[in-house]
Design a protein around this ligand. Structure first.
Ligand code: NDP
Length: 286
């Protein structure tokens, strides 16, 4: 069956361009405003249908997509009585938030009780990947459900990996974010030292890029760090939330670098939480 009616919840830095790509590709998109009306107005111009509330989105869609900030919003939105009362066994949930594996599994159990099929599908690739439709999806769930969802995922993503059962997507995303946070701190120190030693920034990227110290983060975020351009992007508060998930998941093992990274992002959050996560580098890039 061709599923063309999509409900989209979470029209932020990621969700808005993802939703734009869906509506441009011909999907019937149902949206509603939370606080900021701008993305809804823009999507309506492209053909999306505005609903009065999230429950109406659910009532009018076949596939419900959510990409919300964190567990708290997953719980308050996806597990609200209004939403749960509108779910039917015909619905599929594609849950794309970088939340915890526990919250994802909890949503799955409650949705399954109502016959709803669930795909855990967090993403990587940033706002540029969201705009270009080149995200990486880390899917947790059943292969048949992924296949049903694939036509709409293909519009948003270039790489789609089935990584395990529901919750495994959120788990591998947390591992990725743990690495990304650590690599950001390491990249900031590399740039700080290069500036102190008067190494040309293009030479730094070119030579390290072909050497054993290279990382995606240094190669892609060096300019941000050098220019002290901390406009988001991916908010520092969200990165702190992601590393916290990894540290919580690893509570019974030693994760000294992740714990150190978490402390740095937490220390920076009050002042820089709404800036790009690279703003954690302010401490070393004086
Ligand atoms: P944003 O803060 O930009 O967007 C969050 C969106 O959720 C906003 O549209 C907000 O609406 C909406 N929202 C918040 N609470 C509710 C609610 N109760 N009901 C309905 N809508 C709500 O976050 P991002 O888009 O950057 O991130 C979303 C998720 O994707 C996060 O889990 C993040 O970690 C992950 N992610 C982000 C990446 C990035 O580069 N930004 C990359 C990969 C993953 P409003 O603004 O109106 O309040």
């Amino acid at each position: 069956m061709n599923l063309t009616r999509i409900g989209f919840i979470g029209l932020g830095a990621m969700g808005f361009p993802m939703a734009q790509n869906l509506v441009k590709s011909g999907f019937e998109l149902h949206v509603t405003a939370h606080r900021n009306r701008t993305p809804v107005e823009e999507l309506k111009k492209a053909g999306a249908i505005e609903e009065s509330q999230v429950a109406e989105i659910v009532a009018n869609c076949q596939i419900l997509i959510s990409i919300l900030p964190a567990d708290r919003e997953m719980e308050s939105v996806l597990l609200s009585d209004d939403v749960l009362n509108r779910l039917t066994p015909d619905h599929i949930l594609i849950e794309m938030t970088s939340g915890s594996p526990e919250m994802m599994k909890r949503v799955n159990v409650i949705y399954r009780e109502r016959g709803v099929r669930v795909l855990d599908a967090p993403v990587s690739g940033g706002t540029i990947g969201a705009k270009r439709g080149t995200l990486t999806v880390m899917a947790g769930g059943e292969a048949e459900i992924l296949e049903v969802c694939r036509p709409c995922l293909d519009v948003m993503a270039e790489n789609i990996y089935l990584v395990g059962t529901v919750g495994a997507g959120k788990a591998i995303k947390a591992i990725n974010q743990m690495l990304a946070g650590i690599h950001m701190l390491a990249s900031a120190e590399a740039v700080a030292l290069a500036e102190k030693l008067e190494i040309d920034k293009e030479i730094l990227k070119q030579v390290i890029g072909k050497s054993s110290g290279a990382s995606w983060m240094l190669l892609n975020k060096a300019d941000t760090l050098i220019n002290r351009d901390f406009a988001p992007g991916f908010k520092l508060s969200l990165m702190k939330k992601d590393i916290q998930i990894a540290v919580n998941e690893g509570a019974e093992i030693e994760l000294p670098l992740a714990s150190f990274a978490l402390q740095n992002f937490a220390d920076s959050e009050t002042e820089n939480g709404e800036l790009d996560f690279s703003a954690v580098a302010k401490k070393v890039l004086s």
